[in-house]
Design a binder for this molecule. Structure first.
Ligand SMILES: Nc1ncnc2c1ncn2[C@@H]1O[C@H](COP(=O)(O)OP(=O)(O)OP(=O)(O)O)[C@@H](O)[C@H]1O
Length: 261
């Protein structure tokens, strides 16, 4: 039983196309999940369900103990921290870095006339410090590099002290230095026993930080394999997921994948 997420035969159909096909998935408190799959496999759609942004067409989804369809999603969403390219695009370019984080306390993007408590701003600055952005709190969001923006958005996702953190391709577009910096900071977060349950969508096994415990592999909206990372992340399962012969190697607690020769 997943006390954080419990998806039972969840399907999503849009415009006659099946985006998710009878997905079963349990996420428990303390789990750290990786979601892998080719372009169009349904990874972002799955995250939209997990983030209470989308209802299943059929099947049932329980999120943090609340059944989708029987809960006010506006009460549920603050309990879930989320980052995605879609959210990044909604942040006004002239928003300051600290306001980008502090506005999460109100579930809005763009500070207008809301009044925030001093402790909200203190917490935002502390989180920005944790994510290496402590010296840029007064910069405009639109002037940051993409790596800096991604770290600000993770700080924002953690602002409400969520019980579930959903990261949709947080390392996309980063150079190798930016990726490794992010992997290191994620590893620190994953090692924190008070951190929320984490689900991270990625395209690259190289982005899997030490500390992830489980993996779900998706292809054409269906689950190829799901469970403990060591059992699921194999050359065979990856090859089946991507439809190409891949060889997975493990170097300590990091992974690499290349085409099999
Ligand atoms: N409203 C819609 N109507 C029809 N098809 C849709 C709709 N929304 C998404 N899709 C399709 O559903 C599939 C899954 O999309 P999704 O964004 O979940 O995939 P993904 O695994 O996150 O892909 P990527 O790795 O490219 O980001 C894609 O083929 C997409 O074109």
């Amino acid at each position: 039983m997943g006390d954080v997420l419990e998806l039972d035969a969840v399907s999503i159909v849009r415009g006659g196309k099946t985006l998710l096909d009878a997905v079963d998935w349990d996420v428990s408190d303390g789990d750290r999940w990786i979601v892998l799959g080719p372009n169009g496999a349904g990874k972002s759609t799955l995250l939209q369900i997990a983030g209470a942004r989308m209802h299943p067409t059929s099947g049932t989804a329980e999120i943090l103990g609340e059944r989708m369809g029987a809960v006010d999603v506006f009460e549920l969403r603050p309990r879930i921290g989320m980052t995605s390219a879609l959210l990044a695009a909604q942040i006004p370019a002239d928003e300051t870095v600290v306001d980008t984080v502090v506005t999460a306390a109100w579930g809005v993007t763009g500070r207008w006339r809301e009044r925030y408590e001093g402790f909200d701003e203190d917490r935002a600055r502390e989180l920005l410090g944790d994510w290496g952005m402590g010296s840029l709190t007064d910069r405009r969001f639109g002037t940051l590099s993409s790596g800096e923006q991604k770290r600000v958005l993770i700080a924002r996702a953690l602002m409400t002290d969520p019980e579930l953190l959903l990261l949709d391709e947080p390392a996309a577009g980063l150079d190798v230095g930016g990726r490794e910096d992010l992997v290191g900071r994620l590893a620190d977060l994953l090692a924190d026993p008070y951190a929320p349950a984490v689900v991270m969508v990625t395209h690259h096994v190289e982005e899997i930080a030490p500390g992830f415990t489980h993996a779900l592999l998706l292809r054409d909206g269906a689950v190829v394999a799901a469970g403990p990372l060591d059992e699921v992340l194999t050359s065979e399962n990856l090859s089946q997921t991507y439809g190409i012969e891949l060889e997975l190697t493990r170097d300590g607690d990091r992974f690499h994948a290349v085409a099999a020769r």
